[in-house]
Ligand binder design. Structure first.
Ligand SMILES: Nc1ncnc2c1ncn2[C@@H]1O[C@H](COP(=O)(O)OP(=O)(O)O)[C@@H](O)[C@H]1O
Ligand SMILES: [Mg+2]
Length: 315
């Protein structure tokens, strides 16, 4: 028996999903702990939507399992009531106000309107007075915020969002990002998918990178940024540091730059570089990645893809 209070909010284990001979998800495993904002990051066709649909009990896995709050998920599982999910296009009645749409949706399964967390939902969604206007007059971004309000009525512990900024303009994207920030202040756990790398970098605490249905990398955003690429270092003796760094496996080049050095690595972790410098008796003043998740993501795809293998690949 698992104690569901200690269990990760989301636990995907060995998940595969086939559609005929298309492998949409291939032996995928990852977890999301309470309070994390986890980004499921991958290009179009990577298997993100399929994974989230299995997670919500909308598709059955071909193999493997998905647990929410420690309990296995299937259609109609009781713990799905603790989840607010936006994995399908949110549909609203255009000639009714935003508020009336929320009420209709809430009451559709017989729930009492008085029990909905309307104030909380509207505070996070930030629709303002627009909630009294008909949805027909809403921009795409306002519809998205109404969709968020709808999810939040039930005080969900976990939010599952499939590409929440798709189709929005840059201003609306920023608003959704701020909205997700407000969610996390309330202690919600969030799992969102995105093919926008910079967005995951700015919004998420953790990231699961996938491609061709498979896991490529999982970690905190800062771990992933630091896992390969370019590192800027300042030390008390640049020339000696250069000799030490050049001798480390995985270090490609070392350049003097400004007051420090820029190290281009394929495998070296920052902590390894730091340890080597300290062992050599050097004083390390600064050591930081110069690379954004975007580059790390592309590096990872480059390094881990085996050509010809994926059946589930799309153009
Ligand atoms: N119902 C389906 N029937 C057949 N193939 C599907 C179905 N749903 C998804 N796929 C295929 O599975 C792969 C992963 O799709 P999807 O999960 O939508 O990826 P993403 O959301 O990352 O863009 C793609 O090759 C897609 O064409
Ligand atoms: Mg998708």
């Amino acid at each position: 028996m698992s104690d569901s209070r200690d269990a990760p909010v989301v636990a995907v284990e060995g998940l595969s999903k086939h559609f005929g001979n298309v492998v949409a998800v291939d032996d995928l495993s990852f977890t999301v702990a309470r309070g994390e904002v986890c980004g499921l990051l991958g290009p179009n066709g990577a298997g993100k939507t399929t994974s989230l649909r299995v997670l919500m009990g909308l598709e059955r896995p071909s193999r493997g399992s998905v647990r929410l709050f420690g309990e296995p998920v299937r259609a109609g599982s009781p713990q799905l009531a603790r989840v607010g999910a936006m994995v399908e296009q949110a549909a609203f009645v255009p000639h009714l106000s935003g508020l009336l749409n929320l009420k209709l949706w809430w009451e559709a399964d017989g729930s009492r309107w008085g029990r909905a967390d309307l104030d909380g939902a509207l505070a996070v969604a930030g629709l303002g007075d627009a909630v009294h206007r008909t949805v027909r007059t809403y921009s795409q971004g306002m519809k998205q915020r109404l969709g968020f309000a709808r999810l939040l009525l039930g005080r969900p512990e976990l939010l599952v969002l499939d590409e929440p900024t798709n189709g929005l303009d840059p201003g609306e994207i920023r608003e959704v990002r701020e909205l997700i920030g407000r969610l996390t202040e309330h202690g919600s756990t969030v799992l969102l998918s995105s093919h926008h790398l910079s967005e995951v970098e700015q919004t998420c605490t953790n990231v699961v990178v996938m491609n061709y249905g498979r896991l490529i990398s999982q970690g905190t955003v800062s771990e992933l940024i630091g896992s390969s690429g370019s590192v800027y270092i300042e030390v008390d003796d640049r020339e000696r540091a250069r000799t030490v760094l050049e001798a480390i496996d995985g270090v490609r080049t070392v350049h003097l730059q400004g007051d420090g050095l820029t190290v281009d690595t394929t495998a070296g972790r920052r902590s390894d570089l730091n340890a080597a410098l300290v062992r050599a008796g050097l004083q390390v003043e600064t050591i930081m990645p110069t690379q954004r998740l975007e580059d790390a993501f592309l590096d990872l795809l480059d390094a881990r893809n085996t050509p010809g293998a994926p059946i589930g690949a799309t153009s």
